[in-house]
Write a new protein. Sequence first.
Length: 438
Amino acid sequence: MRKLLLASAASMGAMLVTAGTAAAQPAKPVAAGTIAVHVNGYLQFEIGDFGSSFNTSGGYKLNPVTTNGDARIYAGVDAMTLDGIEYGAQIETRTSTSDASVGANKTTGAGGTTGDDALYIKRAYGYIGTVQGGVVRFGQGDGPFSLLQTGVVEAFGDGAQYNTDGGIEQALPSNSAPANFIYADSSGLYATDKVVYMSPTIAGLAFGVGYEPNSNGLKEGYGDCASASTVNAAGTSSVCADEAASPLAGDIGKRRKNTIDAMLSYSVSSMGAVSKVSGGLIHGAPIAYDGAAVTSGALKYGYDELNVYQVGAQTTFAGLTLGANVKTGQTLDGYSFKVRGTRDALTYIVGATYVVGPYVVGASFFQGQTAGSYTPGAKESRTLNEYGAAVGGNYVVGKDLSLFAQYLYGNRHQIGNTALLNGKAQDQAVALGATLKW
């Protein structure tokens, strides 16, 4: 029975963990002096029924039954030199979103023509290192703040719940769905170009540190940068990736510079239980404003630097995993900059999964408080309260295929927030789906 539980847990881990959140080194190290090329993939489909505060709004009405999904290609290489140096690369290609009724993952171009913006790169990084000395990762990918995140239990249902790209949550109107920063594996953090060092694990201890000079990815914001004053066609923001200051309001509070993150983790195995705790921080600064004086709006007050701290813990025993994580600091949802003079953010999540044979059941609940749309002197209340719950179950058909059912409920509340209805919004969804990974 114990072997069955462990095998099932391993299958679920392989099925539901997202690429990039695992260690940089290959799961199956190659032999010295060899190189392995791999092309892996991911396909997920969901059909569900949902309701929200915005299903009927302004003369429009949403059909509550909808489908969603995602497809990804993971191409990479893993190698080892004769003297034990491991190196490799990973590129994650995804399908893009499309305008309504266009289909085929295409976007609408000028004059209503169908464009071909169908694929994009989400992660693209290389690594080099040794088992004894640790690994350096370089490129567009995760930093330690997400790689060593602990206690955020997502390995049930569609494997992401309110942190999805292609799940039923994306069919919900964005104003109704809670957009919490409890999930550190957020594209605003991992889809940027950076250098990361991940240490080896010694006596259960490991750490990581990363540096990101700006918040652009590979080959983004350089092609049209003739000078520091180069702007886009609309004249609303600069196309220079490495600006430290700008006179354009659209650049401020949107771009990061000099982001650093660091994490420490400790794991231990005892009497059949595997437990882990971790903690750390991420810090980044907004670029400065060099324009004319502003007398109203967020830019009047400026933005605080991004400072977020987290601590988490989880333990697994006999197929049962329990986890919890807390994050707090100067941020808004999505790790965006908050306006000076507004409250700090605080969020937590608790979750659990239980694996028995080919079956998995899981649940999680998160609650968070941020400044939301509040600015000093505004009429709305100073706090946006958000919470979300998820319950799901899986039947693991094989190591590459899982069938699942999932239920989501979300709630948002901030008096005076014009994006909500009378300061409130809620949503719920139930979905069936399949996840195929190879």
